[in-house]
Design a protein around this ligand. Structure first.
Ligand SMILES: Nc1ccn([C@@H]2O[C@H](COP(=O)(O)OP(=O)(O)OP(=O)(O)O)[C@@H](O)[C@H]2O)c(=O)n1
Length: 378
């Protein structure tokens, strides 16, 4: 039996990047031999084992064949006569289809090194088309490695796959998982551009895809800028998602979130940011009463972090439009802090037995505090 490091670990090492996880392929072994060597079985779908000491994953070399649409329609074949080349040819991209032997030598039957040097995403074989997740993976890799371009034959294959409905067969969880990972990369705009080019964006998020319509050409340029602005500021996933979709109507955001099963925190922040856009734009002109109303409407007293996240997402939009600064953010954060500092317990106690008066009294105290703060600041 022989084992090799494969996939992302080889790619990243050759790119001079830190290697996170090392996956291994084992050739010439059987499950029984792995167990006898002390490996622990983990694979439900595939024969995968954990190394007894390093806990790294070792998979038996396998071939795969698609039998039905969607993510689960695969049968795999594993046997001691499945070669390393057999295993590598079923993989997605040439840059992910290299292996490294225990002696350090690189096994590269499909031109991965050449494509890595030329910064090209190229599919290894027709097997790429058997797994539509790979379209999303490629788009996500584009967000991570922005200098790479898509090989013309791979771009063409992806367009065919999309046209044949492959992307529609993906489960929402899987789509969101890849999108979310891509949004967290350094250049998410590249992911959107790749998805747009192959037609997948129109299937996954037609609401955003419409921004590329002729009359709206500058809108697409803007969202690409917004999302990269959010990434450059290292914002959280929720902020990045809100930054991305804030230009959509609430209904459209709701539709995207339902379709992709977007987590609640991302959805809620996106809806709130879109809803408050106009108010945030004129925040500096709001009076104390309106400022407190805004904080209340956004549930800022109970969820101040989300309020601040909304300001971050809105700031990305302003900066992507060329604003050198976004004074609304410190201003509204300041107003919320002052209003939150009002001791609601004390105000309530001062109301005595008249409990119905409490909410109005707390509100008055908050407005008074914000008003005093504005005078002090002004
Ligand atoms: N749909 C998929 C998923 C994975 N792979 C192969 O399995 C390897 C490991 O997959 P994974 O760990 O998901 O990705 P990495 O390439 O390691 O990338 P990342 O750095 O994002 O983990 C990939 O390199 C690729 O060879 C594939 O061909 N098709």
């Amino acid at each position: 039996m022989k084992s090799y490091v494969v996939g992302g670990a080889v790619r990243d090492a050759l790119l001079g990047l830190p290697v996170q996880d090392r996956d291994h392929v084992v050739v010439g072994a059987t499950p029984e031999a792995m167990l006898a060597a002390g490996f622990r079985p983990v694979g439900k779908d595939f024969p995968v084992f954990l190394h007894p000491d390093t806990q790294e994953e070792y998979a038996l070399a396998r071939t795969e064949r698609k039998t039905a649409p969607g993510y689960h329609g695969f049968v795999f074949h594993t046997a001691p006569d499945v070669t390393l080349e057999d295993d590598l040819i079923r993989r997605d991209l040439t840059i992910n289809a290299m292996a490294q032997g225990e002696d350090g030598s690189i096994v590269d039957p499909y031109g991965g090194r050449r494509d890595l040097d030329a910064r090209i995403f190229r599919h290894v074989s027709g097997a790429f088309a058997e797994d539509p997740v790979r379209i999303l993976r490629l788009a996500r890799f584009a967000a991570r490695f922005p200098a790479f371009t898509v090989a013309p034959e791979t771009a063409s294959l992806m367009r065919t796959m999309v046209a044949e409905g492959e992307v529609d067969a993906l489960v929402p969880e899987r789509v969101w998982q890849e999108l979310a990972r891509g949004l967290m990369e350094a250049h998410p705009s590249r992911m959107l551009a790749v998805l747009r080019d192959c037609g997948a964006l129109a299937r996954i998020m037609p609401e955003l895809d419409a921004f590329w319509g002729a009359a709206q050409a500058d809108k697409s340029v803007h969202i690409l800028r917004v999302i990269d602005t959010a990434a450059a500021a290292s914002h959280t996933l929720a902020v990045r998602f809100a930054a991305l979709v804030q230009g959509l109507a609430s209904q459209a955001i709701g539709a995207v979130c339902r379709r992709l099963k977007v987590p609640n925190d991302c959805r809620d922040l996106a809806l709130m940011t879109a809803r408050e856009q106009a108010t945030l734009a004129r925040a500096l002109a709001l009076g104390p009463d309106d400022l407190v109303t805004l904080c209340e409407r956004c549930d800022g007293f109970r969820k101040p972090e989300r309020f601040l996240d909304m300001l971050l997402a809105a700031e990305c939009d302003a900066r992507a439009r060329g604003a050198a600064a976004y004074p609304q953010r410190p201003y509204l954060a300041g107003a919320l802090a002052v209003a939150r500092a009002v001791n609601a317990g004390e105000v309530a106690a001062a109301c005595g037995a008249d409990k119905e008066q409490i909410p109005a009294a707390i509100r008055r105290a908050r407005v008074a505090a914000v008003s005093a703060w504005m005078e002090g600041a002004g």
